[in-house]
Design a protein. Structure first.
Lengths: 119, 315
């Protein structure tokens, strides 16, 4: 699978899981569906950005750092909109970005070289 | 009378054994190997300017000669990348029968496997051997002497099954490999009661001299022994089960065809269930986890990380 493909799948899947873990916070349990949808969209956006970055950066460390930063920033944005539960939102979001970054560069297929020109 | 010393005698014996290539297009370069029936020499084909292997009988014996000729005919009919091609057959000036074939340069499988190679790469070599043997079976030929010493790995990774001197020609239905070979039991065929093969790699029915009942499943047994020789000291249980099934004493308990056995090895390489190894729930779960270890690893890392975060934030 291409790097963007891996990033979208991993980001989306971890986003769903991340949303579901809101069940462990009793005061937001009633909003679980909205949280899962929002978290999934956040995971997909993070995945798309990480995938695009990984097409250029072939190494693990820069992609992991980029993924961590993207995950943290997106989660921070949501936490700011929410106005509460900063740590509960930012820390898991950062973890999702970190793991997506690692999986993308480790298991995604790098973009292939341009085909030879036929004359 | 002068007595010859041992060294002189050895030299004389060696010179006497050397093939008389006068009157042929071949020029002797050196010895390439020795087998049960004869000796293989590296020779230069002076007409085509290429090096080939020349197999010649050590003695003039009509029965052994018939077997050598049959080996050459079998090889000539088995055109497959995993089987050595034959170029020429004839008789030397000294009366001995010979045939020439591709000069295979490389490493014998037993030596190749002694290197520090990964199990999947050895299993892929095994699958290439099985492909060649399955092709021969489809053409109605049973090798009957499969062992690591009869498999050569070339410098570019090519896998060649050698030494078809004990091959048995069966009648076989025409298949994708082409029509069956046209011969029937002849002078080169093993008679009932004759035991030919290598102990440890020879099927029990072959060892018992039941030549008439020996069929493709005898090669399945040999391939089982060959597979066993490639496995590490503690192989994975499914692989062990594949080898054990192929090594069943009763032919009917073995894989019916080499292709079936190869399919199981291939499934093992793919992380899929193998027919020789029934799985309970736990084993199946472990195999699925091992097959999807990337996803499992990421999920486990997330669960652990998320658990720690939950513990930390809910304190």
């Amino acid at each position: 699978m291409s790097r963007i493909g891996v990033a979208l799948v991993v980001g989306g899947a971890l986003g769903i899981l991340d949303g579901l873990t809101a069940w462990f916070t009793p005061e937001v349990r009633s909003q679980l569906l909205g949280i899962v949808i929002g978290s999934t969209v956040k995971g997909l956006i993070a995945g798309a950005l990480i995938g695009l970055f990984a097409r250029k950066a072939a190494r693990v460390l820069p992609t992991v750092l980029f993924g961590t930063a993207v995950g943290a920033l997106l989660a921070l944005g949501i936490a700011l909109l929410q106005g509460s539960h900063y740590l509960e939102i930012v820390l898991p979001g950062t973890l999702v970005g970190l793991l997506t970054g690692y999986a993308t560069v480790r298991y995604g297929r790098p973009a292939s070289a341009a085909p030879a020109t036929v004359r | 009378m002068t007595r010859l010393d041992d060294l002189t005698l050895a030299r004389l014996r060696h010179t006497m054994r050397e093939p008389d290539l006068s009157g042929t297009r071949y020029r002797l370069e050196g010895m390439a190997g020795a087998g049960g029936m004869g000796t293989v020499y590296a020779v230069l084909d002076t007409e085509l300017g290429r090096r080939v292997a020349l197999k010649v009988l050590d003695v003039q014996d009509p029965e052994v000669e018939a077997r050598l000729r049959q080996e050459a005919q079998v090889l000539a009919q088995l055109e497959h990348p995993g089987i050595v091609p034959v170029h020429d057959v004839g008789r030397l000036g000294d009366g001995r029968a010979f045939y020439t074939m591709k000069l295979v340069q490389g490493e014998r499988l037993d030596r190749y496997a002694a290197r520090d190679l990964s199990l999947p790469s050895l299993l892929r070599v095994f699958l290439r051997i099985a492909e060649a043997v399955a092709f021969a079976h489809a053409r109605g030929v049973v090798h009957r002497d499969l062992k690591p010493q009869n498999v050569m790995i070339g410098p570019f990774g090519e896998v060649l099954v050698l030494d078809w001197g004990l091959a048995k020609v069966l009648a076989a239905p025409a298949g994708p490999a082409g029509p069956p070979l046209p011969w029937r039991r002849g002078k080169g065929q093993t008679g009932e009661g004759a035991v030919l093969g290598t102990p440890g790699f020879m099927a029990p029915e072959q060892e018992a001299g039941e030549s008439a009942t020996v069929d493709a499943r005898a090669d399945v047994f040999s391939l089982g022994a060959l597979l066993q020789s490639l496995l590490p000291a503690r192989p994975a249980a499914p692989l062990q089960a594949i080898a054990r099934k192929a090594l069943s004493p009763r032919p009917e308990d073995r894989y019916a065809t080499v292709a079936e056995m190869a399919a199981d090895v291939d499934r093992f390489l793919e992380g899929a269930p193998v027919s020789a190894y029934p799985e309970d729930f736990l084993r199946k779960a472990l195999r699925v986890l091992s097959r999807h270890r990337v996803a499992a690893g990421i999920l486990a890392a997330y669960v652990v990380g998320r658990g720690l975060i939950l513990l930390f934030t809910h304190r």
